[in-house]
Every structure is written in structure tokens, then in C-alpha cells.
Design a protein. Structure first.
Length: 97
């Protein structure tokens, strides 16, 4: 899991849910349109200051974004965690061989 990719998806989902364009949010956050697009696509890391400006432009507490991001991380980790397989106890015959 890459933090920047999941963060970008979270931000894009909130922006689209508000029916806003990249151009609108970029202008309000004082971020270039291209840079915001790269953040949403997970190509660029957003600094804490940049994330704060984007969250402010989306009228969204940063804690909400980070909470959603943590939930995504938990789901991804659960899907990729190693699975413990049952181990059959060795029999006396197999031990003797």
C-alpha cells in the first residue's frame, strides 16, 4: 500500500461527492491544478501544509481524511496479511522415519 495513492483516492472521492472540479478546489487551496491532479492520482506526496490547504478548500477536517485513510490501510493490511495454515501434528510413524 502506498500512502500517497490511498490519500489521493480519499481526496478525489470527497471532491467528487461535493460535485466540485479539480479547478475549483485547486484555486481555493492555492495549489496548481496539475499538482492537485498529481496528488489525487497518487503520483505526488502532499505535505502536511498542502493537505491542510486541500482539506480547508473541501471544508473537511483533516482528521476525517486521516480516519478514512486509516480505515483503508486496515482493510488493505487485512487482505494482504499472511494466512496461518493448519499444521498437522506429526505422528510417531512419521517421526520414526
Amino acid at each position: 500500500m502506498l500512502f500517497r495513492e490511498e490519500l489521493g483516492e480519499v481526496l478525489r472521492e470527497y471532491r467528487k461527492a461535493q460535485g466540485r472540479t479539480l479547478r475549483e478546489v485547486a484555486a481555493q487551496a492555492s495549489v496548481s491544478l496539475g499538482y492537485l491532479s498529481e496528488i489525487e492520482r497518487g503520483e505526488k506526496e502532499a505535505s502536511s501544509e498542502m493537505l491542510g490547504a486541500i482539506c480547508l478548500a473541501l471544508d473537511l477536517p483533516m482528521s476525517v481524511v486521516l480516519h478514512d485513510l486509516a480505515g483503508r490501510a486496515r482493510r488493505i493490511e487485512a487482505m494482504t496479511a499472511p494466512v496461518a495454515l493448519p499444521v498437522r501434528a506429526a505422528t510417531a510413524e512419521a517421526s520414526a522415519a
